[in-house]
Ligand binder design. Structure first.
Ligand code: XLS
Ligand code: NI
Ligand code: NI
Length: 442
């Protein structure tokens, strides 16, 4: 990929990052991510479809509830709002191209600052997306998905589409319309809804049924508008159980799937599964992926990791090979994502303040996923994993087990078969054996 710099080079002395293989000890090179290497019939770049999150990498300034910014950006200096936005976009595309990242993702307000004026915000978004169109054309970098930030502005403190005040719902609509227009204009493959404040802080003041009906109505309106404008991509809902609200309506994959079914949205919406959201919901990442895949709704993923000691969304860069291998087993068996990819919804730490840290973070994440995919493919091709799992259900392959699956048996028949067959033999679940198979290929 051709490195694209603007008038200023922001990451001087770094990149382009290339694949150097296992012999390399260059910390600014890939050791596993060889984009063209074919695994399970497809090049790694087609399985993985990596994307950079604009918000964490170019807006997140390291501040936390106990202290202000620690990341000071050379692209965030000029006083004119669009000059500043274009500088930031120059830095972003320099980074994407130095890293060979094929995709990016954004919220409307990541690209350009908004103020309290709907028409002015639309004008700003149009101007900065004109610039993004040029940058995309010059680099070949594509938009994986766009979204609207419906959680930061003060007006959304009681929710956006689920706000009890209709006037706030209207503002959310205005913002989503503009973000959909921007996504469409940039050829975005998908559009994401993460319901950051679509939930409640207390049930005492909340009409949950009404709020959820409003959310469904809003999603239908957004979908109808985008389709009318010619959007062919997929809408993703990103489940998360809490934070910032105490309870979010898009709690986990199973909850979202039943919501989509109840409100007749299954034809247009799929799921964007985030690692740290899965663990906040008390699930493993793998569980959430499997629930989505089993429903045919595995759209995309937000890659990061939490911290076992912390109960919030720490959004660290992924590095856990065992966890990622289990995830890639599910993705390989599902045949890949439907339209989505792997978006690094992850941020470098508050005290990671070297320009190179952003590179190390993404290199580590990309290498970890590439390696996990290769390991998972080895497990599937070279171990007894598939066979063992199939054998475990052998009793349903023919005879009365098969009759059961096909609905040919009654409850009375089960009783008679229980007597006829006698007490079942113990059959081991072999959990440790399965766990060792993964480690065997790491
Ligand atoms: C926050 C979410 C957010 C979405 C996009 O926890 O992960 O970053 O991915 O709005
Ligand atoms: Ni996310
Ligand atoms: Ni998150």
């Amino acid at each position: 990929m051709q490195v694209l710099t603007g008038t200023t080079e922001y990451f001087k002395g770094i990149g382009p990052v290339t694949f150097e293989g296992l012999e390399s000890d260059n910390p600014l090179a890939f050791r596993w991510y060889d984009a063209t290497r074919v695994v399970a019939g497809r090049p790694l770049k087609d399985w993985l479809r990596f994307a950079c999150s604009y918000w964490h990498s170019f807006n997140g300034n390291g501040s936390d509830p106990f202290g202000g910014p620690t990341h000071f950006f050379a692209w965030d200096q000029r006083s004119d709002v669009l000059d500043r936005a274009r500088d930031k976009m120059d830095a972003a595309f320099e980074f994407f191209t130095k890293m060979s990242l094929p995709f990016y993702c954004f919220h409307d307000v990541d690209l350009v600052d908004y103020e309290n004026d709907v028409a002015e915000n639309e004008r700003r978004l149009q101007a900065i997306t004109d610039y993004a169109l040029e940058k995309q054309a010059a680099s070949g970098v594509q938009l994986l998905w766009g979204t609207a930030n419906l959680f930061s502005h003060v007006r959304y403190m009681n929710g956006a589409a689920t706000n009890p005040d209709f006037n706030v719902v209207a503002h959310a609509g205005a913002q989503v319309k503009a973000a959909l227009d921007a996504t469409l204009k940039l050829g975005g493959e998908n559009y994401v809804f993460w319901g950051g404040r679509e939930g409640y802080m207390s049930l005492l003041n909340t009409n949950m049924k009404k709020e959820q009906e409003h959310m469904a109505r809003f999603l239908h309106m957004a979908k109808d508008y985008a389709r009318k404008q010619g959007f062919k991509g997929t809408f993703f809902i990103e489940p998360k159980p809490c934070e910032p609200t105490k309870h979010q309506y898009d709690y986990d994959a199973a909850t979202v799937i039943s919501f989509l079914r109840q409100y007749d949205l299954l034809d247009d919406f799929k799921l964007n599964i985030e690692v740290n959201h899965a663990t906040l919901a008390g699930h493993t990442f793998q569980h959430e992926l499997q629930v989505a895949a089993d429903a045919g709704l595995l759209g995309s993923m937000d890659a990061n990791r939490g911290d076992y000691q912390n109960g919030w969304d720490t959004d660290q860069f992924p590095n856990n090979l065992n966890e990622l291998t289990e995830a890639m087993l599910i993705i390989l068996e599902a045949g890949g994502f439907s339209g989505g990819g792997i978006n690094f919804d992850a941020k470098i730490r508050r005290n990671s303040t070297d320009a190179a840290d952003l590179f190390y973070a993404h290199i580590g994440g990309m290498d970890a996923f590439a390696r996990a995919l290769i390991i998972a493919d080895n497990v599937l091709q070279r171990s007894e994993y598939r066979q063992l799992r199939a054998d475990r259900y052998q009793s349903f392959a023919d005879g009365t087990g098969r009759d059961f699956e096909e609905g040919k048996l009654s409850l009375e028949a089960l009783r008679d078969l229980a007597i006829q067959n006698g007490e079942p033999q113990q059959i081991s679940g072999k959990q440790e054996y399965y766990e060792n198979m993964i480690n065997r290929f790491i």
